[in-house]
Write a protein that binds this ligand. Sequence first.
Ligand code: PEP
Ligand code: MG
Length: 321
Amino acid sequence: QANHSDPATATKCQTLDGTDIMLYGNVGLAADLDQVLHHGLAGVGLFRTEFLYLQSERRPDTESQRLLYEQMAARLGDLPLVIRTFDLGGDKLPPFLSQDENVDASSLSLRGLRFSLAEKDLLRSQLTAIVRVAQDADVKILFPMVIGGHDFSQAIAMVDEVVEECNAFKRPQIGAMIETPAALFCLDEILELADFIAIGTNDLTQYLLAADRELSAENDQVTAMHPAVLRAIHQIASAAKRWDCPVCVCGEEAGDPEFAELLIGLGIRELSVTSSRSEKLRTAIAKMDSTHASALALKAQDCRCPQEVRQLLRLATKNQM
Ligand code: PEP
Ligand code: MG
């Protein structure tokens, strides 16, 4: 197996006209790292840590988390590891929490970061593990389901407390996931605080279209190709540019070459995808032209439904042949 754990040897991803695209991997379990390295990706753009504990009867302790993050960071070498804090709540409730009668399992109960802010001990323990590992590795913290400057600043304040408690010399970079409609209306206040942002198109689509994300497999209206979602991504990319803030798209559809062309057209230069989809994506990106993608993305935003967007893409491919 090739050793890609040095940024210089991670396989390059570039459009035909020479625009660099950073391709990262999404991981849910430590074992998924094999695939990230095997496919020569530029690091981990999204580590969904809650997956480690969804079956767990016991609360994870700080030390076991630290060890795991440390091992993963070591395998990645100089490549970045973006650790998303537990994205719990709703249907994602491990046994050690669902036995707690104070925790509400309904779909509109507290989710993501707000769940964590109500379960402070759990969050503090995870942040402690991350901050310790981040002292010697390129490890970043990503908070899920941020809804504005208020919850995000509370989370950042907790990182600062942990940094002080640990006598750490370095505060890791801190990012916010943009995946709720609220975050769209609070972009500037979030960007003022963020070192980077990550767009979660799975949840952004679900909440913008008021349709369960699981429906996307069977209903062609429930997709990030919906013009409302494309316009939202355009707004996010433009705001991030104004703040000179790196932005990555890490929802599942980022792995779809057609959607990725629209993302590139919307100004996105970082994608985090399921590793197994990266080869096809890299090959497709190598045939794309960023000016053509921009024109396409502009037109796609003027469509009225995902079918019109798909039609536009099909016509564009035909005209290029
Ligand atoms: C998303 O919502 O798009 C995302 C990347 O996070 P998750 O799929 O884990 O909710
Ligand atoms: Mg999400």
